[in-house]
Structures are given as C-alpha cells and as structure tokens.
Design a protein around this ligand. Structure first.
Ligand code: CP
Length: 326
C-alpha cells in the first residue's frame, strides 16, 4: 500500500480496500480523543487551510475540529466572496492555491466546480483534501459513512445498500466507488426527468459513473420507489432530491420548494412496516423533508453518529497525509 504521507485525497476512484481499512484503523485509534473531548498535541506544528468556495456546516467545521483535536492550527475562508477569487479579479485556482500553500501544510477545498480540487492539487506542494466538488465527489463524507457502518455492524463486506436521492450528488459517486471495494450490492433510487416537478432535471446516476461502476464490478441496480427495496437493505443512505444546484457557489432559500415525493422519502411508518429491524439509516445532512424529524429517535437513525465519525475520519486523514501517523 502506498504511503499516505503527502498524498491528496481527491476521489475514491481507485482507492483500494486495504487503504480504506488502514484509514478506519487509524480512525479507531483517534476516536477516543474525540469521544473524550480532548485535544492532543500531535499536529502542534501544523496548520490546516480551509478553502471553502461553497457553503458548508459539517465538512469545514469537522476538518477544523479534527485539526484542533490533534493540536494543530487552522486558517482559511468560509466565504470566497471575501477573497480575490470571489471579487472583481476572479483570481484563478492556480494563483489562489499558490498563495494558500504558504499559509499552511494541508488544504481542504470545497468548490462548486467539479475537478477544482484536482486542479489545485496540480499546483500545490501540500496535500489537497477534496471537501466536495460540484457534482463530482465527496470522498471524506463517504469514508465517514463506511466507518459508521463498520463501527455499527463490525464489518462492511457484502452488506446490501439502498441509496435514495439525487444521483448527481457527489456523495453518491464516491459511494459507488467505495462499495465496489467491499462487494456490497446497492440499489440507487432517484427521479428521472420531470419526476420531481415539471421540467425537473434527470436525477438518475449519470452514465459516466455507471460506466466506472461496471468497470469496478459494482453490483448495482436502479429502482423508482424506495418501498420496493427497503426491506432488503442493511444500510439505507439518504440524500435530498429537493436541493440546490451544486454547481452554484450559493443559492438563497426559495419559498416555493417542492415536497419530496413518497418514492424518495424515509418515514417512520415505512421503516416500521418494511425495514429490517437491524438496518441503519445514514444521511450526510443537511436534510429537507426526505427524513422527517420523527425518524430521529427510532432505532434505525445513525446520522448523528455519522456526524461524530465525520470528525474522527478527518482526524485520521489529516494525520495520515501530514505523515504524523504511518
Ligand atoms: N455533509 C456535508 O457535506 O455537509 P456540509 O454541506 O454542511 O459540509
């Protein structure tokens, strides 16, 4: 297995099974620090730069919290409109990242443009972590999700997944790559063109990713209603179908948001009537109405643990790419 030291974490495409297991192993060792709410001094000489060109609650703050837990420093921006990349200059990714690399030792970047963190990695002399790029990927989120499953069920191999939501979403693409390494069958459930409201876009898995998944021998199928397949699922991963355009830097809340159709909604009643008693529900959050609030206190909900594990996984990744752990 190649060393993680100095490595970029841009995509889960090509990420190998032993690499997942190594990250999870490091995360397990880190977990006690976060669980006991301690800060240690492992990264006291290092700085994380958070370069967020798109809004975030969890990804930015989980990386920052992870860095604080390991005793490191944090700088960066949460609103790119305060930088020269977001004003009259529209400063390029190259010029921006050629500055940021002098301000810290690892950069976590979220961008509305697919491939932006990959471009940054071409120019940066420090590791780049992809915190979500347009309709591209969200590798650290899916690492957090698989770690949550591992901690809950004791294994990942062969578990049957149902993934519900807009398949253009970056999490879904990273998910497909990850599940192919663990022999997990998955059913993707999403609206086709006009399936949400008149003229709504095609939210099915893009052909580009399906082609990659076939090449990686992922056992996947597609369905149009969660009710048909939820009973088979060990893991139910949910994302919104009512959501903003991830290629935009920012979209204001609109008053005419549609409601999520029943096909893509995980309700308490559906879980009670159809889900396996030991199935678990994941959601990377934020949510709309696809998981009503009364699911939160059911035995299926795991999204708060998933959020906690988001800090733990980022601790592991940052420590690994900075070479603080082998
Ligand atoms: N899960 C996730 O990516 O959340 P944020 O958009 O708040 O970072």
């Amino acid at each position: 297995m190649p060393s993680f030291a100095g490595r970029d974490i841009l995509s889960l495409k090509g990420f190998q099974r032993d690499e997942y297991l190594h990250v999870f192993d490091v995360a397990k060792k880190m977990e006690v620090i976060a669980r006991e709410r301690k800060n240690v001094d492992m990264l006291k000489e290092k700085t994380l730069v958070a370069a967020f060109f798109q809004a975030s609650t969890r990804t930015r703050l989980a990386h920052e919290a992870a860095m604080h837990r390991l005793g490191g420093h944090v700088t960066g921006f949460a609103d790119f409109k305060m930088t020269r990349a977001g004003d009259w200059y529209q400063e390029s990714i190259k010029d921006t990242v050629k500055m940021l690399e002098f301000y810290g030792d690892v950069i976590v970047m979220r961008h509305f443009q697919k491939g932006a963190p990959h471009e940054a990695a071409d120019w940066a002399s420090v590791p780049i972590i992809n915190g979500g790029d347009g309709w591209g990927e969200h590798p650290t989120q899916i690492l957090s999700d698989l770690y949550t499953v591992l901690r809950d069920k004791g294994h990942i191999d062969g578990l049957r997944w149902v993934a519900v939501g807009d398949m253009r979403m970056r999490t879904m693409h990273s998910l497909g790559y990850a599940l192919s390494e663990f022999g997990c069958p998955v059913t993707f459930i999403s609206p086709g063109p006009g399936g949400l409201f008149p003229n709504s876009p095609d939210m099915r898995m893009p052909e580009e990713y399906k082609s990659d998944f076939r090449q990686a021998s992922l056992d996947f199928s597609e369905a149009d209603h969660v009710e048909k397949v939820i009973g088979e699922a060990d893991v139910i991963l949910v994302e919104p179908v009512v959501q903003p355009d991830y290629t935009q830097a920012r979209q204001e809340a609109s008053t005419d948001k549609s409601l999520t159709p029943a096909n893509y909604k995980i309700t308490r009643e559906l879980l009670t009537q159809k889900a396996k008693s030991d199935a678990i529900v994941l959601h990377s959050l934020p949510r709309m109405d696809e998981i009503p609030l009364d699911v939160d206190d059911t035995p299926w909900a795991r999204y708060w643990e998933e959020a906690f594990n988001g800090v733990v996984i980022r601790m592991a990744l940052i420590a690994l790419v900075l070479g603080a752990v082998k």
